[in-house]
Design a protein around this ligand. Sequence first.
Ligand code: NAI
Length: 467
Amino acid sequence: MAEPSYDLVILGGGPGGYVAAVRAAQLGLSVACVEREARLGGVCLREGCIPSKALLDSSEYVHLARGRFAEHGIGVGEVTVDLPAMMARKDRVVETLTDGVAKLLARHKVAVVHGTGRLTGPDRVAVTPADGGPEREITGGAVLLATGSRAAEISSLPLDGERVVDSTGVLALDRIPDHLVVVGGGAIGLELGSVWRRLGARVTVVEALPRIAANLDGQIGRALARFLKRQGLDLKVGTLVTGADTRGEQIRLTLHAEGRGDENLDCDRVLVAVGRKPLTDGLGLEEAGVLLDKAGRVVVDAEYRTAVPSVFAIGDLIAGPMLAHKASAEGTAVAEILAGLPGEVNYDAVPSVIYTNPEVAAVGATEEQLKERGVPYVAGSFPFGGVGRAVCLGEAEGMVKLLAHRDTDRLLGAHVVGPRASDLIAECVLAVEFAASAEDLARTVHGHPTFGEGVMEAAAALTHGRS
Ligand code: NAI
């Protein structure tokens, strides 16, 4: 029997692919979504954002019960951690959400094809079914590549899946490490390092650059480093791992820091979190005529079309930050473009969050970027120590920092390190999206007492700083 042809065939059922599938179906297109894993949702739902946040929240409860309840006058006795139970809860969270995606696609009549797909022409994809059946070919008016990325590796520290692990492995450790060394002080390293620190592990972060989370606004990054050090994370910046010697459970790492020479560091687990690489292997891209850039990313135009006009690509496969919500926004844009609508993404208004404690969130330009670009600006900030709600919670460290154009007052950047930063940034993203001025934010009445008052006060500080 001939395979049905679809308007859109999507490779990858992650936050890019499944969101594109739903939007395209809502716009009346027939859609097939090819996914090689049993569960939909991609790395984000299966082994990234979601399970890490489930563990993060569990570890936060441990931290509160052990260290913070007493200050509220609450006694709980000895606090113990049942790691298998914590992991089982995390798995249930993943199950609930990935099942939700499957139901969502079913409700929108998206044909889900379980198998590994490969581009075999401008309008066709060959799928090797996950259950081992014969290869089948699916055709579509358009093909969307949304296969995401995989963890990058370093040759001096090969993964062994047990002692030296990537971000997937570190979410499934069978015991709390005595000493976890995290190689890479980016979002993954800092979030997962924080999880295991709160569960009781000694944690050392080894970062090649002179600072952790180098993309952050400098002032915010320095504040974060201070908070993390206070929590007991040892941050070794400007340092490279040049060798590893594994003996039984123990690993001896050789570290090299410019000007300080070599030193050894003993640990029992290593997390390698040194970035991610687009997952293009085996997709048949070269044969089909799809071009990659020097970094191995798929080259696309402003409408996400590859060098083959009927083949589109989004998310971690293309340039830009490797963020789930960026992939989803691009997936929505492609679906709308295919339906004849003006789909586009405002990259100036894409937030980023690091889920440490306190959280860090940002949108728009950093102060360093504005200086570099020669944009005249005014900065305003407000500490959470002056935000009543944050003081009530007992989490009053950190600040909101806003940057606006000196002449027009247009909000150009917002940077938050502090409680609920991940939610507070939404207001700033909306302000950037609507081209609001700092004065708009300062004059917007905020409920009292709320964390959001920190944003309002930072905007007021900026506005007053101007006059
Ligand atoms: P990253 O690029 O954010 O950070 C990797 C860090 O490793 C960099 O600071 C880099 O300088 C350092 N590094 C590279 N090679 C090294 C070496 N040999 N030795 C020591 N340090 C080295 O990548 P990460 O944290 O692995 O995350 C991957 C991607 O996933 C990123 O694009 C990130 O934005 C995204 N992500 C986002 C999250 C969020 O939004 N909350 C959470 C987790 C990941």
